[in-house]
Ligand binder design. Structure first.
Ligand code: AN7
Length: 405
């Protein structure tokens, strides 16, 4: 039992409506459930391995899922990184371990399954890369054509390769993500194509399972803080909703403070949170090495600002240099390979600890949203080139000794 509800004017819509924002006031929509009718089997919850579909009772679909086994990503305890940052209980939830290497797969397995339930025959999205890769694989699995609109020249090659290989029609728009998103909305409306950006509330339902899994993996306890990179700010909203639902159902008894991190050159939500403004001011020319979050007009900003404020959290910006340092630390202290956007979470945590905003003994979960192999362009900025040597043992020995010096 669930329906769609406008976050601004409370107008309700049927779960079967093909609708992305409120037709009365254009507000964002939430999926709301009749929680008292949901029965959770706690024994099963405590024994079954985490995955998106483990929590099917809290997902808005009945149909057999279009799934490639998403979720169930590792939650690593990161003591070496924690020590460097100056806290004691740090975990990293590595969403790069999903089928396409990003958290977007959680949203797409649910969004695409819902799309089939609604009888839609074509799917589309605009994307900074990861969303397009995820939509491409679930479109392929479902046998439904996919169209993706990308900002030309600003999407990491690994992500484009995925969209192409899995058979999506890839259009590179001469414009940025925000331009591509405005266009895909018109395209979907005019051509009866199902829109699978995070403005679609069903997609966020899949992503809320990150919140479920964190609680699950911590033994049904809730961390003090969850820190993650934000772009369109759908994920932070979704994860907070997940924690809230577990609390409503009595599975957990607290909520984490939600901390959103943006890149300095692209941080409208940080500015709104810090100034106390009710809404963001869109940025016309967002720029950062973390192309995944190079977004000037975040689609879900109103939901995200509410989640951050309601949870007692905050938002912070980090420089590209801080992002690259965190990317290197994750890789070399913990063996966690992530793309630059993902490292923003750790960079932001470090900045907040330095600023004295976080107590040393708080339990913090950083979410690393995408895998290193998605975007290898920063590797040359961080790492030495491979050393070329002659094929004999003397040259190898000499090169090793030289490197160690
Ligand atoms: C690695 O793929 O927006 O705040 O079109 O790829 O929920 O938007 C990607 C976003 C963080 C931000 N980390 O998540 C897209 C897209 C990575 C990402 C984000 C993205 P949201």
């Amino acid at each position: 039992m669930y329906s769609l509800k406008c976050i601004e004017c409370d107008a309700e819509y049927s779960k079967d409506a093909i609708i992305y924002t409120c037709s009365k006031c254009d507000g964002l929509l939430d999926v709301i459930y009749n929680y008292s009718s949901i029965e959770i089997d706690m024994d099963k919850l405590k024994t079954e391995c985490p995955s998106v579909w483990k929590y099917a009772k809290l997902l808005p679909v009945k149909r057999v899922p279009v799934t490639l086994k998403e979720g169930g990503t590792p939650l690593y305890k990161c003591d070496r990184l924690a020590e460097k940052i100056g806290i004691t209980k740090l975990y990293v939830k590595h969403e790069g371990m999903n089928p396409t290497g990003s958290f977007k797969d959680r949203g797409m397995t649910v969004g695409v399954t819902k799309a089939l339930e609604l009888g839609m025959k074509k799917f589309a999205c605009a994307s900074t890369g990861n969303t397009s890769a995820a939509l491409a694989i679930y479109g392929a699995k479902a046998g439904v054509p996919v169209i993706v609109l990308l900002p030309a020249g600003k999407v990491a090659l690994g992500k484009i390769a995925q969209a192409l290989m899995h058979g999506a029609k890839v259009l590179s728009i001469r414009g940025n993500f925000d331009d591509a998103f405005a266009l895909v909305r018109i395209l979907c409306y005019q051509e009866n194509i199902y829109l699978l950006n995070s403005i679609n509330p069903y997609r966020l339902e899949g992503q809320k399972t990150i919140g479920f899994e964190i609680a699950d993996q911590l033994g049904f306890r809730v961390p003090d803080r969850v820190v993650l990179p934000i772009g369109n700010a759908g994920n932070i909203t979704a994860i907070y909703k997940g924690f809230k639902e577990f609390k409503i159902l009595g599975i957990t008894n607290s909520l984490p403070k939600m901390i959103g991190i943006q890149a300095e050159g692209s941080c409208p939500i940080v500015k709104a949170i810090k100034s106390g403004a009710p809404e963001i001011t869109p940025e016309g020319n967002p720029e950062t090495i973390a192309t995944a979050i190079r977004i000037g007009n975040p689609v879900n900003s109103k939901k995200a600002i509410r989640a951050i404020r309601e949870s007692g959290g905050t938002a912070e910006s980090v420089t590209d240099e801080e992002i690259l340092t965190a990317q290197k630390d994750l890789a070399r202290l913990e063996g966690i390979g992530v793309e630059p956007a993902s490292a923003a979470s750790v960079a932001g945590l470090r900045k907040l600890v330095k600023m004295g905003m976080i107590n040393i003994d708080e339990t913090v979960v950083c979410i690393t949203t995408g895998h290193l192999l998605k975007d290898i362009s920063s590797v040359s900025e961080i790492c030495e080139e491979p050393t070329v040597v002659d094929a004999n043992i003397e040259s190898i020995r000499e090169a090793i000794l030289r490197k160690v010096e």
